[in-house]
Write a protein that binds this ligand. Structure first.
Ligand code: BES
Ligand code: MN
Length: 455
């Protein structure tokens, strides 16, 4: 039996296992799910042991890491596969057509939180490797599997864990499937990810909410002030006004511009997909350049005062908002956090108190856009998807990829399989069943292609 025949034969079973994996509410952001995180990690590790890996869960100080190994031979290349079993919170729940942690198949899609980001995607490698082990009795490469539980909360404890386990993790190349294809029939290799820097801004007014008739007009309204401050983050051309924000940022290279221009882009479809009437962004840049190669600053959540039913006439006691900035190479998350904190402190009126929590983040990542590893990945993608991948970048972040290079000295192959309208981080997350299967095939072909590289 070949690995692909094995995959064909075991399709039902594989889907059942994925569904089991998707049933754990492994929401890393919420402390109430701590036990679910452990249960999910243990299940995954147990599964790896069952299919031929030597696996364990490892304490990190936060949510556990699932680690697995397969040693195939001394002179073979060693590949580090990374993914994350934690998921984003499923809220708002009432917008889900089926329950986020009760996976179902509908219209050719697997629907569940984590179906695409990232349980479904990481599972394609697990199943691809299993297919090779089961049909050949071994693997053509050495494999190290690293599945973490804190990606969606900035991988707080992982860099330390990696530093401590540097020897164990020694490898030649890393493989990550936590990105999207370019389009429904266009698989992609991603050669860059933006970084991220996060802050929370608090504006404090009166010591309690007060009557807006009695005091409105005499004191600053934290809600108004916060909005005024947020309004000062961008100029009319969409440029970020934080002093020093663009320091060190290189212009978009001619090569990159040309590469992005080659990709199909239909503005009408783009608008329709998002349900927006018009685009908005930094002047002088194309949509892909804005999303992939330019830094941004965005409110993720904002709150003040009363939001319940009916009216409530108050001056709220405080206002707050969560802000993240997407970063490009040469921007340092801590430095950027300090810069926005200084800016907010400077522009805050004397009539309020302001506090900025600096939450840090991750640096942008650039991985090679050519070379034998990429060629190998392209060939494997061709096996699964029947097509060579296109080259693109992504605007999202995978914090640990930068650390793979800086701590372990390895480059990463970013080959993802979901679509940018699969509702990751949103209600009704999904992953196309057909692409899950194609990705499993790619996962089974990849070890053989990677094995050719050192030869
Ligand atoms: N899978 C995403 C990264 C991603 C998003 C890739 C969109 C391609 C397109 C990953 O799980 C993610 O969401 N990362 C977070 C990291 C953050 C919480 C530090 C992100 O980008 O917001
Ligand atoms: Mn995510």
């Amino acid at each position: 039996m070949t690995p692909l025949e094995y995959l064909k034969k075991t399709e039902k079973k594989r889907l059942g296992e994925l569904f089991h994996f998707l049933t754990f509410p492994s929401v890393s952001a919420k402390s109430e799910h701590k036990k679910d995180m452990v249960a999910c990690a243990q299940w995954l590790s147990g599964h790896l042991n069952k299919i031929g890996f030597k696996s364990k869960t490892c304490a990190t100080g936060g949510h556990p890491v699932v680690y697995g190994e397969y040693f195939a031979g001394k002179d073979l290349p060693t590949v580090l596969y990374y993914g994350h079993y934690d998921v984003q919170p499923p809220e708002p729940l009432d917008l889900w057509k089926s329950s986020p942690f009760k996976p179902v198949i509908r219209s050719g899609y697997i629907w569940a939180r984590g179906a695409a980001d990232n349980k479904g995607q990481l599972f394609t490698h697990v199943k691809g490797l299993e297919a090779v082990i089961r049909s050949d009795g071994t693997l053509p490469i050495n494999v190290k599997l690293l599945f973490e539980g804190e990606e969606e909360v900035q991988s707080e404890h992982l860099p330390t864990w990696i530093s401590k386990n540097k020897k164990m993790l020694k490898s030649d190349i890393a493989v990550v499937s936590d990105t999207a294809m370019f389009g429904p029939t266009l698989p992609a290799v991603t050669f860059g990810l933006r970084g991220i820097a996060a802050v929370e801004l608090y504006v404090y007014g009166p010591k309690a909410d007060v009557h807006s008739g009695s005091f409105g007009g005499a004191i600053a309204n934290p809600g108004n002030v916060l909005c005024q401050m947020v309004a000062k983050l961008h100029d009319k051309d969409g440029r970020v006004l934080i002093p020093g924000f663009y320091k060190g940022v290189r212009p978009v290279s001619a090569w990159e511009r040309k590469q992005f221009k080659k990709l199909p882009y239909d503005k009408k479809k783009y608008l329709k997909n998002l349900g927006v009437p018009e685009l908005h962004g930094e002047k002088g840049y194309s949509t892909f350049e804005r999303c992939w190669s330019r830094p941004t600053c965005d409110v993720n959540g904002i709150t003040s005062g009363y939001q319940g039913e009916g009216a409530k006439t108050i001056i709220p006691s405080y206002a707050s908002c969560k802000i993240t900035m997407r970063l490009v190479p040469n921007q340092d998350p801590n430095d950027i956090c300090q810069k926005i904190a200084r800016y907010f402190t400077k522009i805050a009126p004397k009539s309020v108190k302001v506090k900025v929590d600096q939450l840090g983040g991750a640096k942008a990542v650039v991985v090679p856009n050519e070379g034998p590893w990429l060629d190998a990945a392209s060939r494997a993608i061709k096996v699964g998807f029947g097509k060579e991948p296109v080259f693109m970048k992504e605007g999202g972040s995978i914090p640990i990829v930068g650390d793979f290079k800086s701590i372990l000295g390895v480059d990463t192959l970013l080959i993802g399989y979901c679509q940018n309208n699969d509702n990751i981080h949103s209600p009704n997350e999904r992953f196309k069943l057909r692409d899950f299967e194609r990705a499993c095939k790619t996962g089974a072909a990849l070890p053989f292609e990677l094995a050719k590289v050192e030869a």
